[in-house]
Write a protein that binds this ligand. Sequence first.
Ligand code: GCB
Length: 681
Amino acid sequence: MPKLLLGLLLTLALALPNAAIAREKASLNAAWMFHKGDVPTASDPNFQADTWQAIELPHTYNASDAGAGGDKARGEEEGVYYRGPAWYRRDLTVTPQPGKRYFLQFEGAALITEAYLNGKSVGRHDGGYATFRFDITDALKSGRNVLAVKVDNTRVNHIAPLTGDFNVFGGLYRNVWLVTADGIHVDLMDHGGPGVYATTKTITNASADIHVKSLIRNDTATSAPVKVRTTILDASGKTVAQSTTTFTVAANTTVPTETNLTVKKPRLWAGRSAPYLYTVKIETGSDTVTVPLGVRTFTIDVKNGVLLNGKPYAVYGANMQQPGRYGKGTAVSDAEIDEDMQIMDEMGVTALRLAHMQHHPRVYEEADRRGILISTEAPLVDFIDASDAFKANAVQQMQELIAQNYNHPSVVVWGLGNEIRSNDPDPNPVLAALQSTAKAMDTSRPTAYAHCCLADDDPVALHSDIVSYNKYFGWYWGEFEDIGKWADEVHAKLPNRVIGISEYGAGASILHQEDLPKRTVPQAYWHPEQYQSAYHEANWKVLKARPYLWSNFIWVAFDFPSFRRNEGDRPAINDKGLVTEDRKVRKDAYYWYQANWSDKPMVHITSSRDTPKRVRKVTVKVYSNAAEVRLRLNGVDLAVQPVVDHMATWKIELKDGDNVIEATAGDITDQVMWSYTDKIG
Ligand code: GCB
């Protein structure tokens, strides 16, 4: 061979890893035909679906029956919305390349998914919230392929959750992709995860030791020598550490490769103030995978509380249900997820509990980027089924949760489940299995469990490393302040156990105004906004005075659809949100927490919607994080008041007609208009 040509070939070969085409990921969100109901022949490639509805993903078939509210007359009954099978079909035009592998990637579909390519079954997945993939290579032909997917959200006994205070929106409600990779690739069948586990082992000012385990899959018919390059890139894309491993992978086998890398002078992922992100890149042949890396430590113990990078870290938390919107259910856009995260960010949260199941991948990515701590849990809710199949399914969903979210620095706690209400059937074997699954996959993060209903120290609450409680004093039972006495008693009873509050909250309608509010009946129509504010003012004051509580997660960030509800201003909505379901109105209680948690100067006059006023002499209550606030009534300055514990009040007298009230702290002003008339009729 001429020297020049040889030289050229060598240069090309050496350049290959850099010039390699990353695995390809093509969106399959467009051009689906949809049918609600079962059609036994729908998987047949010759089936005519022309009369079906043309749709795009994300899509749920419960957008209008569950998302918009149920039937008030049916109240608590199940069956308010459609739970049953539906079909999706589309063409897939592909020219399969020899040696390549092809995968369908569903980012989540509820609840059971069965896919057929050209009439051949290519996979089934049980569970509504995790990413899963099907290898379709062997069923793929050149040219037009017909993909038919049956999705069924019928309640079945072997899939968690069995029930809960939320709707199970059926359908392909998250993105679907076609992923193409070489025969040798980073494993795509590792519980729907990236096949990469990056773990920070030690951190000093000088360096951080990062251990990276990657699963390498050989889907070819012969054993192959494999070279895996692992690179850590800083936020600007500069390589800061790199290593290479070489080994042999037998045909049709997956082999883990492990490597240790050192990042010099690491920049920490330090929560909201500095969420610095590195990237870990794994390259093998032409296959490239990246995962996020945040260099941080996170610990919780009875003596020191929550430490992020060794320093005490205030956990200001709210719960988020699966992102869901009026008329859309869970089929939301990335922009809508970002909006949710932005609204919580502006309130000043430092942590979110993602109830009661794995959330959309974008939520975790946003939390990494914003420096918000995440507690995320397996979908074990209310009741269990005693069968082995149920336990296996719960374990599978826990494995998916961890494999898929292991590399997110925002994730600090794995949750085993939420308020199992009964010891019959015995839930302990399931909880024990979830605990050992979590520990086998991740020794770096504690597990938690959200407990209620049984004794505070019931064995059910003792499987996880730490335990949190769902407590609604002053809403479902007791008085606001009782939460302090209760917490002190549990702390005294379980002095060596880290405890926290996983839920506390109260319902509120922005249409219901009552200043000052009387005690509200949870199941009733009347849910005045002011009662929710009073609840949160009192509860938060009690909770923040108890540093032994690792967390205090408000229930809940946003009003959300629930077939179970028939209360507040409309049916089928849980209205304990701090923000309305359409995200248009932040209720007063939202601003109470913003005043307490956010550093950004703010001032908010409460009860802005309480107009017309029923009496002339009223109290103005303002939430603020400033030292003092000035009030103006109809253009006239009133006294400047000191802000005591994020609140200032004035007694004022309204004139007939419209009144303008302005509250100013520094250069921030909030304004409301209250009208008053003493004429009746
Ligand atoms: C709970 C549940 C949650 C409910 C909430 C409520 O304890 O964990 O799913 O939505 O209470 O609003 O009652």
